[in-house]
Write a protein that binds this ligand. Structure first.
Ligand SMILES: [Fe+2]
Length: 206
């Protein structure tokens, strides 16, 4: 018997299909962990104000990412939506928090359990700026819909629309600017401390 809502299995299937067919970089990064037979943990469903904006994203996907976005829209009411930051963090005010949120699909804490991979999907409204941050796990971002200017220490900025892949090594500082459009992006993480809050600059970590 399925432990989770059927839409979550469909969303995981959509990611597996996309990575196999479209994203050799992500396949090399975490393909085996993505296709592993995960244990399942039914997490409490939580909503956030930002989820009301998700439906508009289907028109901002590309043909290859649209199946993931469609599956995500089906799953959205059955997910544990979360935020890493609060108004106590510099750069995050009430407006930001009303237009931002993420959920884990695969993570040590579930709903699909993996100690080797965290796959989280985040939404940021148009006009937001995700300040500099870093984390021990290596990361690949995949834009699913909308776009961002991905800012990473040590290289030129990248404007990344649907299908764009941006990789970060462990603890490489990075930021993202959503001045032009909202962003729906998947983040694939591997390494230690998969569920730790990202680090912020000293003056922000109040
Ligand atoms: Fe990151």
């Amino acid at each position: 018997m399925s432990v989770l809502h059927p839409s979550l299995y469909a969303l995981r299937d959509a990611f597996r299909t996309y990575v196999t067919a479209q994203a050799p970089d992500i396949e090399a990064f975490c393909g085996a962990a993505l296709r592993a037979q995960h244990c399942e943990v039914a997490l409490a469903v939580t909503d956030l104000p930002a989820t009301q904006y998700l439906t508009g994203l289907a028109g901002m996907a590309c043909p290859a990412t649209l199946p993931i976005v469609d599956a995500l829209l089906d799953a959205a009411p059955h997910l544990q939506w979360r935020q890493s930051y609060s108004e106590a963090d510099d750069g995050f005010d009430a407006h930001y928090l009303a237009h931002y949120g993420w959920f884990n699909l695969i993570a040590p804490s579930g709903p699909f359990v993996s100690d080797d991979l965290r796959l989280s999907i985040g939404y940021w409204g148009k006009g937001l700026h995700y300040p500099w941050h870093w984390h021990a796990p290596e990361e690949i971002y995949l834009t699913l819909a909308g776009s961002a200017r991905y800012i990473s220490e040590g290289r030129a900025d990248v404007s990344g629309g649907p299908g764009a892949i941006i990789a970060h090594v462990s603890n490489q500082p990075h930021a993202a600017d959503m001045a032009e459009a909202p962003l729906l992006a998947a983040a694939f993480w591997r390494g230690d401390d998969l569920e730790s809050k990202p680090g912020l600059p000293e003056e922000s970590a109040r």
